[in-house]
Design a protein around this ligand. Structure first.
Ligand code: MRU
Length: 352
C-alpha cells in the first residue's frame, strides 16, 4: 500500500458548486458546505470556514467562476461579472496576499479569453480550468516546499509550529506542515510541537487534528508554553507558514508568530518560514505596510460559546503580527531555500 499522504481536502469543485470543508467545525465534525454564489464564498472566507492563505486564494478563484458562470449575453458582460465578483471577494479578508494574487490571475486570464474572442461557453470553461489549475499547481508547489524544508531537518528532530499551515490551508500537504508529511511517507521520525494558537485555535483544532490523522508524532501545547519547551531542549527548529512576505523579508503570520520568533532567537533555534511564491509581495516594501486584519472581540471574550472575560471589557484582537526579517533564518519556497539578505535574494527568486 502506498504511504502517500492523503488527508481532508478543504476545497472541492463539484461541477455545479464548490464543496467547502467547514473548518470552524473541526475537529468535531467533518461537514462540506455547498457554495453556489460569490456571497457564499465571501462569507466562507470572512468567517474562517476556509482559511489559510493558499486555500483562501483557491476558494476565491472558484468564487469568481461561481459569480460569472450564469451570465447569458456576450463576453463583455461576462467579463464585467468576473471583475465584479473579484472586487467583492477582495474585501473578504485583507492580509493574505494569495487572495489578491489569485483574483488578479483570474481577472487577467478572463480578459485574455474575452480578447481572444472565445465563445461565451469557451470563456466560462477556460476560466474554470484556470481555477482548477491554481488548485492543482498549489499541490505540486506544496510538495516541493516540503522537499526543500525536509532537507533542513534530520531524523529525531523536534520541530515547533504555530497556527495551521497544513493540508487544510492549501490544496494538499500544506507549507509548514509539508515536510512532516513527506517525512512520514519516508519513515523519517520528526516530533512536532503544535502551538494551540489563541484565540481561534487553528493549532489545536486543525494542526493537531490533521497531523494526528496522518500518524505524525504531534504534541499539543498552549501558546505560552513554547518558551518552556524550547528551554528544555526539545525544539531543534521552528517552521511556520505566512500570509504575506514583504520585499525586505518581513513576514505576516498568525498572531503569536512574532513571539515564537523572538523565543527561537533567544534559544538559538532556527526559525523557518515556508510559503509559495504567490505569498511573496514585492510591491509591499516592509512589514509595516502589510494590512493587519482586526477581528471581533468575541473571539477572545466568548470564543466557542463560553464567556471567559467580563462583558464590555476593552479588547485588542489582531489576527496577524509581523515578524521582522532579522528573526527569519530562511524562507522556503517551491524554488528552494532563501537566506538573507532577503531584500536582494527574494527579488532574484522571481528571475529564476
Ligand atoms: O486566520 P487564518 O487561519 O487564515 O491564518 C492562517 C495563517 O496564519 C497561516 O499560517 C498562513 O495563512 C499560511 S497557510 C499555508
Amino acid at each position: 500500500m502506498s504511504n502517500e499522504h492523503k488527508g481532508l481536502q478543504s476545497v472541492i469543485w463539484a461541477s455545479e458548486q464548490l464543496d467547502l470543508l467547514d473548518q470552524r467545525l473541526l475537529p468535531e465534525q467533518v461537514v462540506y458546505l455547498p457554495l453556489v454564489s460569490v456571497e457564499d464564498v465571501w462569507e466562507a472566507i470572512r468567517h474562517l470556514k476556509v482559511r489559510g492563505a493558499p486555500a483562501i486564494g483557491i476558494a476565491a478563484a472558484y468564487g469568481v467562476v461561481l459569480g460569472s458562470r450564469h451570465v447569458e449575453g456576450d463576453a463583455a458582460q461576462w467579463l464585467d461579472a468576473v471583475n465584479e465578483a473579484a472586487a467583492r471577494l477582495a474585501t473578504s479578508r485583507p492580509t493574505a496576499v494569495n487572495l489578491f494574487w489569485a483574483l488578479d490571475r483570474m481577472k487577467a486570464r478572463a480578459a485574455q479569453f474575452a480578447a481572444d474572442n472565445l465563445s461565451l461557453a469557451g470563456c466560462k470553461q477556460a476560466l474554470l480550468d484556470e481555477a482548477i489549475a491554481i488548485q492543482s499547481e498549489d499541490e505540486e508547489t506544496c510538495r516541493l516546499i516540503g522537499e526543500h524544508a525536509l532537507d533542513l531537518f534530520q531524523d529525531g528532530m523536534g520541530v515547533l509550529t504555530h497556527c495551521n499551515a497544513g493540508g487544510l490551508a492549501t490544496a494538499k500537504y500544506g507549507t509548514a506542515l509539508a515536510p512532516f508529511y513527506l517525512a512520514q511517507e519516508r519513515g523519517i521520525a520528526l516530533r512536532v510541537f503544535a502551538d494551540e494558537t489563541r484565540p481561534v485555535l487553528q493549532g489545536a483544532r486543525l494542526t493537531a487534528f490533521e497531523l494526528q490523522q496522518a500518524g505524525v508524532d504531534v504534541t499539543l501545547i498552549c501558546d505560552n508554553m513554547a518558551g518552556a519547551v524550547m528551554n528544555k531542549g526539545w525544539v531543534n527548529a521552528v517552521i511556520v507558514g505566512t500570509d504575506r512576505v514583504a520585499a525586505n523579508g518581513d513576514v505576516a503570520n498568525k498572531i503569536g508568530t512574532y513571539s515564537v520568533a523572538v523565543l527561537a532567537k533567544a534559544h538559538n533555534i532556527p526559525f523557518y518560514v515556508a510559503c509559495p511564491m504567490s505569498t511573496i509581495d514585492l510591491n509591499t516594501p516592509d512589514g509595516a505596510q502589510i494590512p493587519i486584519e482586526e477581528r471581533d472581540a468575541e473571539e477572545i471574550t466568548e470564543g466557542f460559546g463560553k464567556r471567559t472575560a467580563p462583558a464590555g471589557v476593552k479588547v485588542y484582537n489582531p489576527a496577524f503580527d509581523i515578524t521582522p526579517h532579522e528573526y527569519v533564518t530562511a524562507i522556503i519556497t517551491e524554488k528552494g531555500v532563501i537566506y538573507p539578505p532577503f531584500n536582494v535574494n527574494l527579488k532574484k527568486l522571481f528571475d529564476l
